[in-house]
Structure formats: structure tokens, C-alpha cells
Design a protein around this ligand. Sequence first.
Ligand SMILES: C[S@@+](CC[C@H](N)C(=O)[O-])C[C@H]1O[C@@H](n2cnc3c(N)ncnc32)[C@H](O)[C@@H]1O
Length: 287
Amino acid sequence: MSNDVIIEAWNTVLFDKFSRFKHLLIDGLSSHSEEALKRHKHSPGHKVLDIGCGFGDSTIRIAKSLGADGFAVGVDCASNFIRECELEAAKVNADNAKFLVADVEADDMGGPYDEAFARFGTMFFNMPGAAMRNIRLSLKPGGKFTQIVWRKREDNPWLYEAEVCVKSIVPVISHEDTDAVHCGPGPFSMSGPDMVSEMLRVTGWNRISFERFDSDICIGRNLEEAIEFAMSLGPAGEIIRLAEEEGERLKPQVVIALKEVFGKYQREDGGIWTPSSTWFVTAYNPD
Ligand SMILES: C[S@@+](CC[C@H](N)C(=O)[O-])C[C@H]1O[C@@H](n2cnc3c(N)ncnc32)[C@H](O)[C@@H]1O
């Protein structure tokens, strides 16, 4: 499987969908990164690499914590995301946040960096082992890598319950059976600590550890928005998109079913808040 297909997906259809729901994504995902950055602080003056940086809000947040002597570099394979990052950094005068279009699996990412960070930026690699090795080689000896990845499906009902619901209505077309671009392995590809710790070990990392973090996140300011969000993003959104015309035709049925799924998560102000759960995975480049 070529990585070009995945890169094209992130630069086109997924970029458009992420842009549409940016307001929800940044708030929800930040609840995890704020806690991870509190527990795993970067030192002022350090150089930090932010892997799969998306809109770059985490890169800018890290850059600000490093002071004028340090800097953060956000890398992403999608040039459309990097353009947004550069515009935002200029808007908020984050002079020490820099951005680079690069495929983490294969490209030189500059460095050597003191530390690397990734908020949900490592689960979509075609060849995750190659990416883990490349990240390690961009760090100084002793450099720490902190990554945030989703834990198991059942503890992330905002994605999993939507996926089960959509699968019961829309026929599932496998990535292999379509020419359509797709996101890569998917949000739960790094949810298993045994597999992930082994992959990190064989790609040269040591002192590997996992910390669980749970946080309710808002996936819609009302039920309609949560349903649109679920039908666009994550495994449920991918099933509908890859089913093409049939997916579009079945959407009214999906809407009715998702009302029931997400209705139980509605708070008094109308917002839909669901549990979500991650691992903070830390590992070190040996000294
Ligand atoms: C789920 S998004 C996370 C974005 C951001 N870190 C956040 O938390 O909002 C995954 C990001 O990884 C990027 N990505 C996927 N494969 C990549 C690769 N091989 N090299 C670099 N970036 C990649 C995508 O373009 C996308 O921006």
C-alpha cells in the first residue's frame, strides 16, 4: 500500500472535514494534550518536534512554553494543514513555532531535537515501525518521546458506538476494494500496549511506559451537530464515505439511529458530551 494514498486523503477530503469541525476537534483533543503536557513538561530552551501536527495548535502551545531560546517544529504530511499552521503562528506572533511538510515515515525532519511529542499524530502511518525509528533518529541521545493515542474502542463510544451503528445500516467497503483515498490504519491502531511497546522496543526505544487518561469531550453543541460530526469523521464517517452513493442514500436512516445513540449523552445545555480515553505513551532514545 502506497503512502501517497494516505497523504492525499489527509491533504484533501480529511483536511476539509477536519476544517469543518475544527472548533470541536481542537477543544476535545486539547483536553488530552493539556494533561499530557502538564505531566510531561518540556524544558525552556529545548527544541521539540510535534509529529502529525494537524492545525498546529499543539505546536504553538509547546513553542510558547519553551521561551525565546527554544523552538517547536510541527511536521505534517499534508501541505494544506501546514499552510493553516503558518497562518495561525503568524496571527499569534509565535515566532518560535516552525512548520515543515514531511512524511514522518521517510523524510528528514531536521534536528537533532531534545524531545518529540504527538497528539493523535501517529496512528495513521502505513509503516509505523519506520516512522517510530525515524522519530527516534531525529532526537538527541536520551531524548524523550511523548505520544497520545486512543485507548480501546469500547472506552471511546463517540467513535465506536457510531461505528457499530453505521455498520448495522451501511455496507462496509474495505480499503482494499476501492480506489478512494483513505486515512490509513485508523484511530485505534495504537490502542494495544503489548503491540505498541513491542514496536517501540524493536525500533530502538527504551523506558517505555503507558499512562491512562479519561476525559469527557464535546462532539456537538447540539444533537444535530454531533450526528454530522459522527457521519463525517472517524470509522463511521469513513464507512459512509467509502460506500459512496449507497452511503449517501442511507444517511437518513443513519441519522435516526444516531439520534438514539447520542441522545443519552446530551447535557442540560444541549451539548453532546461522551467519555473518551487515551494512553500517554512515553519512551526514550537510549543515551
Ligand atoms: C488525527 S490528525 C491529528 C492532528 C493533530 N496532531 C491534532 O491532534 O489535532 C493526524 C495527523 O497526522 C498527519 N499524518 C498522517 N500520516 C502522516 C505521515 N506519514 N507523516 C506526517 N504526518 C502524517 C495527518 O495529515 C494529520 O494531520
